[in-house]
Design a protein around this ligand. Structure first.
Ligand code: NAD
Length: 436
């Protein structure tokens, strides 16, 4: 990878374009193909207005970006977050198009958001927003058109409200119009743990190949939600040593190892990963000392001594400013876009292996695909079948990326982009969108 100039106004979408530009230099594509791969096919935007519990009205910007449907219906989550603006959603939609191609499932890429803060919303208000989102974008959605899913701050319950609203509006039975639903209303077994499990299969393959002992591998995880929380439990169960975890309130560190099951229990009770020791900013220091636990910030967490670092929260956290200070030898990106292109250059020089988001977190969309298949066929797959097929797809994608990285002297991120982009272009050529 050639050193990249630091862009003054770096945004999620400019960061995506930087990586895209670097990969374009290494793979042979026509100008027309590059153009089609560089911008979304459609951008839909609206403003959602709801009545708050206090009777006042509140409005929120909302987006659905459809990046590419060359390989199948647009596919990608809906994020509820104050910073999820159009630029961020465009970048996430583009990553989805590459991700679905890397794992070879018949989807394109899309993404949506509502710029709201769920922490300020009651359950009734959340439901209002979810239903209003579907009313705003329904003409652009559907099992064969664009199929959303959960993302940051959106849950199976929210997916169920959305499907219900869509079915009411269209007077239809539409189990495959959205994925990540609760089991009782068209969900798939294994969807809740799929993102973590997909990344876990890759880690397992790496560890087995190098005959490493998991208990000697120290793991740091940023974010303890769906992706990070499940990953912590899976790794702990497989004997890895989880030395630090965090959430939006900060993290905890224990060089001897933490128990994610206990952390999850106290997080549920007290709201944070430090919940066993702290209520708000007040901590039981005596007890922390006895257990060998320290409170740390999210910035400190990334720089801890460890072997494996797993960003599983938001984007843009590993940057030019901290990449030099990262100790991990391997970074597995469960979050989307956690590493900037400038940081990638530094990490490559340091010899840090980065398993990129478009591969590492593709387990989620892969089991979403299984859910979509089940919704269309009326079948209910067993957990064993989901797990077996997820492992097969993840390992096949990982091996294709590793082969490309090795043969074409690329980083894993470049190789994953190369594999995904080539597959999208093959579909565009087959459809006659560009000359073959
Ligand atoms: P989530 O809402 O379940 O969890 C997010 C976690 O990040 C929470 O623990 C939250 O406290 C923490 N967090 C929020 N802001 C933070 C900050 N500034 N610093 C540290 N931690 C912070 O979301 P999720 O579904 O686990 O998604 C996390 C990441 O994984 C996102 O980038 C998402 O796009 C990506 N991802 C998720 C899935 C999935 O299936 N859930 C699939 C692919 C990618």
């Amino acid at each position: 990878m050639t050193p990249t100039k630091t862009s003054k106004k770096s945004t999620p979408y400019t960061r995506f374009q930087t990586t895209l530009g670097e990969v374009f230099e290494k793979i042979d594509l026509s100008a027309a193909e590059r153009k089609l791969l560089s911008e979304p096919q459609a951008i839909h935007r609206d403003t959602i207005t709801i009545k708050k519990d206090d009777g006042k009205k509140a409005t929120y910007p909302a987006f659905r970006v459809q990046f590419s449907n060359a390989r199948g219906p647009y596919k990608g989550g809906i994020r509820f977050h104050p910073e999820a603006d159009l630029d961020e959603v465009k970048a996430l939609a583009a990553l989805m198009a590459i991700k679905t191609a890397v794992v070879g499932i018949p989807f394109g890429g899309g993404k949506g958001s509502v710029q709201c803060d769920p922490k300020d919303l009651s359950k009734r208000e959340l439901q209002e927003i979810s239903r209003a989102y579907i009313r705003a974008f329904a003409p652009h959605l559907g099992a064969d058109i664009d199929c959303p899913a959960p993302d940051v701050n959106t849950t199976p319950e929210i997916m169920a409200w959305m499907r219900d609203e869509y079915e009411k509006m269209t007077k239809s039975y539409a189990p495959a119009m959205i994925t990540g639903k609760p089991l009782a209303y068209g969900g798939s077994l294994g969807r809740d743990t799929a993102t973590a499990r997909g990344g876990f299969f890759i880690l397992q393959e790496l560890v087995e190949r190098d005959a490493l002992d998991p208990s000697e591998l120290r793991v740091v995880i940023q974010g303890f939600g769906n992706a990070g929380g499940h990953m912590a439990e899976l790794l702990h169960g497989a004997g890895f040593t989880i030395v630090a975890v965090s959430d939006s309130h900060g993290g905890i560190y224990n060089a001897e190892g933490l128990d994610p099951v206990r952390i999850e229990k106290y997080k549920r009770k007290n709201g944070t990963v430090a919940g066993e020791y702290c209520t708000g900013s007040v901590c039981d220091l005596e007890r922390m000392k006895m257990d060998g636990v320290q409170r740390i910030t999210n910035e400190e967490l990334l720089e801890l001594p460890c072997d494996i670092l797993i960003p599983a929260a938001l984007d843009n956290v590993i940057t030019e400013a901290n990449a030099k200070k990262i100790h991990a030898k391997l970074i597995l990106e469960l979050a989307n876009g956690p590493t900037t292109p400038e940081a990638d250059v530094i990490l490559e020089k340091k010899g840090v292996k980065v398993i990129p988001d478009v591969l590492a977190n593709a387990g989620g969309v892969t089991v979403s695909y299984f859910e979509w298949v089940q919704g269309r066929s009326g079948e209910q797959w067993t957990a064993e079948r989901v797990d077996h097929d997820l492992k097969r797809i993840m390992l096949s994608a990982f091996r294709a990326v590793r082969r490309t990285a090795y043969r074409e002297k690329m980083t894993y991120r470049e190789a994953a982009f190369a594999v995904g982009l080539r597959r999208i272009v093959e579909a565009m050529r087959a459809r006659g969108w560009v000359e073959s």
